[in-house]
Design a protein around this ligand. Sequence first.
Ligand SMILES: *Cc1c(COP(=O)(O)O)cnc(C)c1O
Length: 189
Amino acid sequence: MVAVTKSVPIERIQEAFEAGCRVFGESRFQEALPKIARLPSDIEWHFIGKLQSNKARRVASAFRVIHTLESESQLRELSKLTEPVDALIEVNVAKEPQKAGVLPEDLDEFWDLASQCRSVRVRGLMTIGPNLGEPEAMRPYFARLRKLAERFGCRWLSMGMSSDFDVAIQEGATHVRVGTAIFGDRPAH
Ligand SMILES: *Cc1c(COP(=O)(O)O)cnc(C)c1O
C-alpha cells in the first residue's frame, strides 16, 4: 500500500509512520521535498504525479519509485542519471483524451524505448483509470492493465485508489495508492 500524502501535513504523516506505514506517495515535487527531508529516512517515497521532464532527474534522486513514466523527453532526462531508478509506465487504459499516460497501442514501442534506457529499471505498469464513481465499473480497466503487463512479463501493477482498491487487488494490483481512505478528505483547491 502506497499511502498518498499530497496536501497532508507532516505531523499526520508522522502519525501514519508510527502506525506502521513505510511507503508513501506524493504527486507534487515541491510539496514533497520538505516532507522527505524532515520525516524518517527509512520511508520509501513513491512519485505518483505528473513528471515534468525538467524535474525528472531531481525526482529520481529524491524518490525510490516513479509511477508515471510516459514520455521520451522524461527518458532523455533520466538517461543522464548515474544511479538507476525503478519506474512504472503509466498507461491510459481508457484512452481518455485529457489524461496522461501511454495509449495501449503505443505501449510496445514505449516499453522497448524505456527498457533500453540503462538508468531506468522498468518494473511494471500503472494506471489512474476513468472516474466512474462505481468500483465494480473499474474492473475491466484493471483487468486490461493486468493483461498488458502479462505480455511484458512485468511484476508490478500500480492500480486502485481509495474508492476501488479492493477491486484492483482482486485484479492483481501489487501497489494500491490510497489517500483519502487513510487521511480523510483533502482540502479543496
Ligand atoms: C491523489 C491520488 C491518489 C489517491 O487518491 P484517493 O482517492 O485519495 O485515494 C492515487 N493516485 C494518484 C495518482 C493520485 O494523484
